[in-house]
Design a protein around this ligand. Structure first.
Ligand SMILES: [Zn+2]
Length: 370
């Protein structure tokens, strides 16, 4: 109870601080907001016309969220065209922009009636995304206590399906906690990581092997896993097809992603008290969507439409992606509230202790189609 009150006071103080920052430099922040691809004037040049997953044009704008909301996201620099804007100047103002641009700018999301997934309404080139992850992406909350023990959980789960001394590849290994766990279990672990923030650290880890290119080799790995990575990738079907070539014929593909299905009610709730939403209201429009987005009670955890995600998946949608990628799902496990435990003494965030996934997430175990 006391911690909840403390958290509320902290949020309120930070909201007041954001308003003061915005008022103080109103003219400058407003001018910078007009340079973003999300500004009304430029947005039309960057609007996505097709679903990035299945290429269908049957996509419908269904949610618009103030940039940076909900929560306290720090991805404002993704939304500038690096060829047109002085990024060094923006980089110096990053903290301020992360805290204030949401008063002016919104991130649009589409839902695709064909593949049943959501995707960002802005069309970014692969080059833009690579540049973002390499140069401008950093994580604000990378130092929670118990982060290692939490991230080892999905390594433990994957390990239970592996033969001794398996060859494993992790895509998007971040600080390498899970990969190091698997290496300590005796597996030969390779990591691929595009983010400049983590690349150097992984390279120094004595028991991991860094690779820079995933387009080499066939039938190499016993398992490939992606923990909250697929939602950042512009063409998930093409990507999984590439991975399926790398997998041995009996190899396992292990994917964890947020599950949009159970998160929309949480989203509405968390936007209600959001400071940006008072000045720049969110938008929800489900009439054109041919998919039942669940209203079931779910854990208060929202990460599906985060500002640095390209896609948000549903169980049906992930099934579509696997089918198109030459992969057979063995099992899709949703981390529903009954599976999630919150034990701050042991884990950094609420987690499904069996699969190691976050609340309202999906764990996919799959194999190559025979
Ligand atoms: Zn689609």
């Amino acid at each position: 109870m006391l911690s909840r009150i403390k958290r509320k006071i902290k949020t309120a103080l930070y909201d007041i601080y954001r308003v003061i920052l915005t008022l103080k430099d109103y003219k400058e922040i407003k001018e910078i907001s007009q340079l973003s691809v999300l500004s009304k004037e430029t947005m039309k040049n960057y609007l996505a016309k097709r679903c990035p997953i299945c290429q269908s044009e049957d996509i419908h704008s269904f949610v618009k969220l103030p940039l940076g909301a909900p929560g306290d996201q720090n991805h404002s620099l993704l939304y500038f065209d690096y060829k047109k804007v002085d990024m060094d100047a923006l980089l110096k103002r990053k903290d301020i922009l992360d805290g204030t641009l949401g008063f002016f700018l919104s991130v649009p999301w589409n839902f695709c009636n064909k593949c049943k997934n959501a995707s960002i309404g802005v069309s970014f080139s692969e080059e833009h995304l690579l540049e973002y992850y390499f140069k401008y992406y950093y994580r604000k909350y990378g130092n929670q206590p118990n982060r290692r023990s939490t991230k080892e959980l999905h390594g433990k789960y994957l390990s239970s399906f592996l033969r001794e001394t398996s060859k494993v590849l992790e895509i998007g290994a971040a600080e390498g906690f899970t990969a190091e766990y698997l290496a300590r279990e005796g597996h030969e672990v390779f990591v691929f990581e595009p983010s400049g923030e983590f690349k150097g650290k992984l390279g120094r880890s004595y028991n991991l092997k860094c690779i820079d290119n995933i387009n080499t080799g066939e039938n190499v790995f016993d398992a490939i896993y992606l923990h909250h990575v697929l939602e950042h990738i512009p063409d998930p079907i093409g990507y999984i097809r590439t991975l399926s070539v790398l997998l041995k014929s009996d190899g396992i593909l292990f994917i964890q992603v947020p599950d949009l299905t159970s998160q929309l009610e949480i989203l509405r709730k968390s936007m209600k008290g959001n400071i940006f939403a008072i000045f720049n209201p969110p938008y929800y429009f489900f009439d054109n969507i041919k998919y039942e987005l669940s209203k079931e009670k779910s854990f208060a955890w929202f990460d599906a439409l985060a500002n640095d995600h390209i896609s948000a998946f549903t169980p049906k949608g992930i099934q579509y992606i696997l089918n198109e990628s030459n992969i057979d799902a063995i099992e899709i496990i949703r981390s529903t509230p009954d599976r999630v435990i919150f034990n701050p003494a042991k884990y950094a965030w609420p987690v499904d202790e069996i699969t190691g996934n976050t609340p309202n997430g999906m764990t996919v175990l799959a194999r190559k189609k025979l």
